[in-house]
Design a protein around this ligand. Structure first.
Ligand code: ZN
Length: 63
């Protein structure tokens, strides 16, 4: 079982086979479950959502 690290929002481990997101946020590399990322975007508003979506579009799964 491979883990990408701990979700920056909920703190649970993110498994490789789950949908997840890894990107540079807040000047550090963060890993999120997709569900957590979406929730985070809703909490932080549209501008944050657009920024994260743009970053997500550039991140592909690392196998
Ligand atoms: Zn999470």
């Amino acid at each position: 079982m491979l883990y990408q690290g701990y979700c920056a929002r909920c703190g649970r481990r993110v498994r490789t086979e789950e949908n997840w997101f890894k990107g540079k946020i807040w000047a550090s590399t963060a890993v999120f479950h997709w569900a957590c990322l979406i929730a985070l975007m809703k909490e932080h508003g549209e501008a944050a959502a657009e920024d994260a979506a743009w970053k997500a579009s550039r991140v592909t799964r690392e196998q």
